[in-house]
Design a binder for this molecule. Sequence first.
Ligand SMILES: Cc1cc2nc3c(=O)[nH]c(=O)nc-3n(C[C@H](O)[C@H](O)[C@H](O)COP(=O)(O)O)c2cc1C
Length: 164
Amino acid sequence: MSTLIVYAGKYGCTEKCVNALTSQIKDPVEVINLHHDTVPELSNYDCVIVGGSIYFGQFQKACKQFCTDHLLDLKRRKLGLFICNAAYENTEQFLKEAYPAELLEHATAKAGFGGELNLENMRFLDKFLAKIITKSAQKENKPLPSIHWDEVEAFSETMNLHLV
Ligand SMILES: Cc1cc2nc3c(=O)[nH]c(=O)nc-3n(C[C@H](O)[C@H](O)[C@H](O)COP(=O)(O)O)c2cc1C
């Protein structure tokens, strides 16, 4: 069995989660970044995992487009769907808005992995807003956004069970 992971992110958080998934999924894994790579023929894979990050409540456009373009193919394969989102408490709502309902229904695993605000490489406006998010969290004594590695592991375990 072979797995294709298809993702789109901006500042490295989604990529980190994809790297973790790649090492945790038992079968051979190929990865493509929708911002740089060409989408291969999906019929070469038994399983597809799609993931991307949320900005201003919106899922990565490239992921949305990929799901629309390959809806039927995705419904014919084992499927995992995830998002990276700083507002972890809104995961269910973000998932609903990110992916077509029929893919969510079909998916073996679906999850929000939390998020990170990697200020170093951010463009000016993103950095400005990320600082506001960080400050308001600190003011309210809320924890800063972080990757929920337990969710990543649980996701891999579910996918592995269904890959056997
Ligand atoms: C300008 C900006 C807007 C964001 N908007 C949201 C949002 O609406 N909801 C949310 O949950 N997270 C939001 N985030 C957090 C990102 O989803 C989080 O940082 C994620 O880990 C980014 O992953 P990436 O580096 O792979 O793109 C925002 C981050 C920035 C910098």
